[in-house]
Design a protein around this ligand. Structure first.
Ligand SMILES: O=P(O)(O)OC[C@@H](O)[C@@H](O)c1c[nH]c2ccccc12
Length: 247
């Protein structure tokens, strides 16, 4: 396959990059809730979120406030993101970086690796079982970590048949953008019931805004939270992180 040939051709670069990969799993293994802080200018549900978008300033605030990792939107059409922003962030931080993108082609997994991501998002609902398995294989080969995103019990059951180690529960329904934190509670309970909680890391994603939300999620026992809009809108992201009790 052509992609294998490219990787072969870039062997030295691949080896160097692999050796430098930063681990999100290591952070998720800690006792406290890990914060994945997101850099995003706009979204399809909210339009422009931050007109005064300064990714480098945002990153430094996240870093200083103790974020465990950074999520960077690279999708241009809906989020006004770019690979360029991720590359820029890579130069500025040693925290693990999640590439937030609608990954539907193996090429995008390789691309994520070469632009400097440590973690990719694989959304179960837009991938077949075969694609999911294949993309997870590529991740393993490149020492990339993957957050496999679920929103329903059907998604979760499919994902549990794969080698996925980090499960992201998206509280947002990507069909109508409605957000319910209880999605995390329900699916975490299912995970427990199926006896699969202990061998997975769990991240709650989307719609997290207040200290009460965090208390709710703490009760459920998630390992991490992914927060975007609340931090992008905050006058001081660092103060907001503190307020949420995440530093
Ligand atoms: O801004 P919020 O509500 O805190 O959400 C962050 C993150 O969960 C969200 O950006 C997200 C989760 N899964 C996605 C998939 C594609 C694009 C975006 C996302």
């Amino acid at each position: 396959m052509i992609l294998d040939k490219i990787v072969e051709h870039k062997k030295k670069e691949v080896k160097e990059l692999k050796a430098k990969r930063r681990s999100l799993k290591e952070k998720l293994a800690s006792d406290k809730i890990s914060l994945l802080a997101e850099i995003k200018k706009a979204s399809p549900s909210k339009g422009l979120i931050q007109p005064n978008f300064k990714p480098d300033v945002q990153l430094k605030a996240y870093e200083k406030a103790g974020a465990a990792g950074i999520s960077v939107l690279t999708d241009q059409k809906f989020f006004q993101g770019s690979s360029q922003i991720l590359k820029q962030m890579r130069k500025l931080t040693e925290l693990p970086i999640l590439r937030k993108e609608f990954i539907i082609d193996p090429l995008q997994v390789y691309e994520s690796f070469f632009i400097g991501a440590d973690v990719v998002l694989l959304i179960a609902a837009i991938l077949t079982d075969q694609e999911l398995n294949k993309f997870l294989d590529i991740c393993r080969e490149l020492k990339l970590e993957a957050i496999v995103e679920v929103h329903s019990l059907a998604d979760l059951k499919r994902v549990l048949k794969t080698e996925a180690e980090i499960i992201g529960i998206n509280n947002r329904d990507l069909n109508d953008f409605s957000v319910q934190l209880k999605t995390t509670a329900e699916l975490a309970a299912e995970l427990e019931k199926l006896g699969e909680r202990d061998n997975h890391y769990l991240i709650a994603e989307s719609g997290i805004k207040t200290k009460e939300d965090l208390d709710f999620l703490k009760e459920i026992g998630v390992d991490g939270v992914l927060i975007g809009e609340t931090l992008m809108r905050a006058e001081s992201p660092a103060a907001k992180i503190k307020e949420l009790g995440l530093n």
